[in-house]
Design a protein around this ligand. Sequence first.
Ligand code: HMG
Ligand code: MG
Length: 302
Amino acid sequence: MKLPNKVTIKEVGPRDGLQNEPHHMSTENKVAWINQLSESGLSYIEVTSFVHPKWIPQLADASEVLSSIKRKPGVTYAALVPNMKGLEGALQAEVDEVSVFMSASESHNKNNINKTIEETFPVLEEVVNEAKAAGKTVRGYLSTVIACPYKGPVSPEQVVKVADRLFSMGIDELSLGDTIGVGVPTQIERLLESMLPVFKVDKLAMHFHDTRGTALANVLKSLEMGITTLDSALGGLGGCPYARGASGNVATEDLLYMLNEMNIETGVDMERLLQAGELLESILVKPLHSKQMDISRKVEER
Ligand code: HMG
Ligand code: MG
């Protein structure tokens, strides 16, 4: 099996994780948790999103969180931005990298950001141009790359088409999201077989939700096909509130275990990551359901 030597893990828990949490987390607790994540060796943390507070009330304190965290040199602190209003807030709070997002499926795009796919392009193009003019790198997210929660399967051709528009705006990287966690390795293979002849592999990231327990299998298929950037969320939190049936991201600690055991370098320290997990559990007042957190809890109980 040919695998990369090194992988970048992009932690999306403070954004993708908290946007779907029923528990309201205070700004102070978010900041404390993100500060602890910064000490784990992660090089990239998606901190929050500058979206409408009525749509995502959990992240209404985006500016405060981004302005209050202790920034560790070498760590990129990113935020999700849907439009110019969001970009203004993110730039004011001195975000390092901006993430724009849209969906490959018409229905999820409309439900999530209230626009058709065609209407979304000029909005994102302006954001990308302005973010670049402000000296920021821009990540793109493309959701529902396997299936739409409303209309079912999405073809790889459709994903390539929308991805092409996003890359032609000048985004630096595109993260492909299996938003509702339905994909299996054969589908990931078909998707990447369509993407890789068109886009550079090092410009692509994979973002797996683990609704049906297939995320790590999909990670392995992605690694075999040359992907070296993976999104995950501590404790397996996450999900898009505008994608029915979506649940948590692949857990960072479970992903890290697999990569460590395969001798793939990430720079992330398991012990420190689990400490950030313990802090998160104490804030949320509930156990996190990842294999690694379960194991470390059982070891402590003994
Ligand atoms: P809209 O209602 O169509 O916006 O929402 P609008 O442009 O018509 O403006 C309406 C009002 O909203 C105006 O205020 C604007 O100022 C205000 P009013 O004049 O009525 O007082 N407004 C804003 N306020 C704060 N921040 C903003 C903003 N923009 C407009 N940025 C909008 C459109 C995109 C804003 C809304 O639909 C929205 O916020 N959606 C976000 C949904 C979301 O965050 N979903 C989850 C993230 S995506 C995801 O999880 C998938 C991913 O993880 C990958 C994967 O898993 O596949 C990334
Ligand atoms: Mg997601």
